[in-house]
Design a protein. Structure first.
Ligand code: HDE
Length: 689
């Protein structure tokens, strides 16, 4: 970009302009570069000279551009934003971020898939990471959660095994970003504590429509501690403003081909367009008495507390309103850590959480190469900070004076003494009376209170709509159909019989297998009261906000109908993309030319939430011979989306097998129809398990 005025670079030094008014191109030593096109040779066709420090420096730096990717959650997308508190929580916590209603705290949020590498796709069936770094006035607080409120395992000891089993298989190097393979299901089948999370991962929660339509959860029970030292247990929730939305499995699979970056693009573009993704922060707050009254252990991360039992109190909102300037510097280098807490927020004895408190710092030293990664701008607190940690690779701070130890009496020699501890305001770990279990012998065992592995899985299954239950059963059929070890399939089914006989027999039927004997359960399975909050379909919003309509047109399409439709979509808060056989513009019925956002073959309908088809009779006749056009409407129908049509386009719909009815409407009724999916249609388009 042309830049006539000297501009500050990131390093802080002033860039001068060259003779043409552009920022000067220099080496890392600040030496101006005269030619960035050719290496230095001995003669025009001669060998390149070793003395070419400009070439050597450029290639050297390029050679080292990559850093190790995260061992899990490698593929992620992030944005800046703020948290705004609705009401003071000073009676519950002394955390500065929760003191003053209306106050905003800057933050950086990264969403991720878990299993795939950094270059994998956005829409596999997987858990999504949901990590928030709050830059509070009293230091950084990281709430490092997922879009599922429970976890696969109860003890950090099993995490490396879990991750090894789900990642690509060790000898063959595949499958990438997929849980549908032998080793994962082998591990699952041998670890019944995974049952609850498996239900979530196999439900539509595992294939979200976008980051901005997923919930987030802190999972573990944490503590809030007030100024008087009183502790309250808390489970954190993020509730998306747009409600919950997911894709259907066939759509998620096809999205992997249509757009690798479907979720990343959605996040980036919605922020660029000013429709800022937003979530409300909720807290389930409860005390020890409540915890003791529950039929499960609140320290067990494979359990959740139904919202009907402990309500979610909404305390503030998160708005993501700024894209990163640089993907690597920010999204890649950000280092979240559940151990980053501030005064007023503390841990519990959840054994999974305790293991995490070690892991993140450790892995980040390996990933970012130095113990000084906290000095990177994205990781540094925005409040003052200082201590006597010194040196190390890539130290960027230039410390003054001799005080690099404490205590010191350098003040008596009129020298700086450096920082001192804060006995009153500093972080103090919660020191409540440990209960009996914490004082016992040293044991490598699971507490008896963690033994119920099936009741919560059953609760989840029973809280779903009939359509969602069918999705879970079908997803498990799909996954197990990729498992080649028959004994693993049988063991999974034997476990599922404890979750739900209905589910187990649907899966067995879908696989064409006989039901194996029920696996013994270490604990009697309880029937809990179903919770509507666990279903996506019961928590969807009928809205066009955050949704995008694909409009298929071709030469001659009705200009009035198109203008009217665009206006109505905008008025309803939605957006649209115009799709046509030719990308360079379409001449409409009134001879005006309209810009096209996507070419038909490269812009399939799975990219949209609803579709409209505005074609002349002639264009329709032509497109009857175009598979991409037929597939476009066929998929929209199969993916349960609203379809709006101009009468002339009907033959295309008919050829695609689209049946008029709910959600398939003329353009007049289309916009109100486009605000939801038509799950009732599903039995007519696919045989679910
Ligand atoms: Fe993580 N996890 N995790 N995890 N996790 C990492 O840290 C780990 C767990 C989560 O966007 C790693 O910087 C252990 C639960 C997110 O940068 C690593 C255990 C939850 C992210 C690590 C867990 C999470 C990570 C890899 C079991 C939900 C991405 C790279 C004891 C509450 C953060 C890194 C980002 C990343 C360890 C279990 C969420 C290896 C040992 C439960 C969102 O340190």
């Amino acid at each position: 970009m042309k830049n006539k005025t000297p501009k500050k670079s990131q390093g802080g030094e002033t860039h001068q302009t060259n003779e043409n008014g552009y920022e000067m191109l220099t080496t890392n030593q600040g030496v101006q570069i005269s030619d960035n096109q050719n290496s230095l040779k001995s003669g025009a066709r001669g060998p390149v000279l070793l003395e070419d420090f400009v070439l050597r420096e450029k290639i050297f730096h390029f050679d080292h551009e990559r850093i190790p990717e995260r061992i899990v959650h490698a593929r992620g997308s992030a944005a800046h934003g703020y948290f705004e508190l609705y009401e003071s929580l000073s009676d519950i916590t002394s955390a500065d971020i929760f003191q003053r209603a209306g106050e905003k705290t800057p933050l950086f949020t990264r969403f991720s898939t878990v299993a795939g590498g950094a270059g994998s796709v956005d829409t596999p069936r997987d858990v999504r990471g949901f990590a928030v770094k709050f830059y509070t006035k009293e230091g950084n607080w990281d709430l490092v959660g997922n879009n599922i409120p429970v976890f696969f395992i109860q003890d950090a000891m099993k995490f490396p095994d879990l991750v090894h089993s789900v990642k690509m298989e060790a000898d063959r190097g595949y499958p990438q970003a997929a849980s549908a393979h032998d080793t994962f299901w082998d591990f699952v089948s041998l670890m019944p504590e995974t049952s609850h999370m498996i239900m979530w991962a196999m439900s539509d929660r595992g294939i979200p429509r976008s980051f901005r339509t997923m919930e987030g959860f802190g999972i573990h029970t944490f503590r809030l501690v007030n100024a008087k030292g009183k502790s309250t247990f808390v489970k954190f929730h993020w509730k998306p403003k747009l409600g919950l939305q997911s894709t259907v499995w066939d759509e998620a699979l096809k999205l992997q081909a249509a757009d690798n970056d479907y979720h990343r693009r959605d996040l980036y573009e919605s922020i660029e367009q000013g429709s800022y993704p937003e979530w409300e922060l909720g807290m389930q707050l409860f005390d020890q008495r409540k915890a003791d009254s529950l039929p499960f252990d609140v320290l067990d991360p494979t359990k959740l507390i139904p919202e009907e039992v402990v309500p979610v109190r909404i305390v503030g909102r998160m708005v993501l309103d700024r894209n990163p300037d640089n993907f690597f510097s920010e999204t890649e280098q950000v280092a979240y850590c559940p151990a980053n807490v501030v005064p007023g927020i503390d841990f519990t004895n959840d054994p999974l959480l305790q293991g995490r408190l070690f892991s993140y710092l450790d892995t980040q030293k390996s990933r970012l190469g130095t113990a000084n990664f906290n000095q990177l701008p994205i990781n540094a607190p925005k409040c003052p900070f200082g201590n006597f940690q010194r040196d190390g690779m890539m130290q960027t701070q230039v410390f003054k004076g001799r005080a690099n130890y404490e205590p010191n009496s350098l003040n008596m020699a009129n020298e700086e003494t450096g920082p001192r501890e804060c006995p009153v305001t500093g972080f103090r770990s919660f020191s409540g009376r440990p209960d009996q279990d914490e004082q016992g012998d040293r044991l490598r065992i699971r507490p008896e209170s963690f033994a119920d592995h099936y009741s919560h899985a059953r609760l989840f299954y029973q809280s779903q709509t009939a359509n969602e239950q069918a999705h879970i059963a079908s997803a498990i059929v799909f996954e197990l159909s990729k498992v080649t070890l028959a004994h693993v399939r049988a063991r999974v089914l034997a476990n599922f019989r404890n979750v739900s006989e209905d589910l187990a027999s649907r899966v067995a039927n879908g696989l064409g297998m006989a039901l194996p004997n029920k696996a013994p359960s270490a604990h009697p399975v309880q029937d809990m009261k179903p919770s509507d909050a666990l279903s996506i379909q019961k928590n969807m919003k009928e809205t066009l906000e955050g949704r995008c309509v694909g409009i298929l047109i071709a030469d001659g399409s009705d200009a009035n109908a198109l203008t009217k439709l665009k206006k109505e979509i905008k008025k309803a808060g939605g957006s649209f993309n115009v799709v046509a056989p030719k990308v360079n513009g379409v001449v409409l019925s009134d001879k005006t030319s309209v810009a096209v956002d996507g070419q038909l073959a490269g812009t399939p309908s799975q990219l949209f939430d609803a579709v409209a088809v505005i074609l002349t009779q002639a264009a329709t006749t032509q497109l009857l011979k175009e598979a991409a056009a037929i597939q476009w409407v066929m998929d929209a129908f199969g993916h349960l989306k609203a379809i709006g049509y101009a009468e002339e386009a009907l033959p295309l719909l008919e050829k695609a097998g689209v049946v008029k009815g709910e959600g398939v409407t003329t353009l007049r009724d289309f916009v109100s129809a486009s605000m939801k999916r038509y799950f009732n249609r599903e039995p007519s388009v696919r045989i679910l398990a």
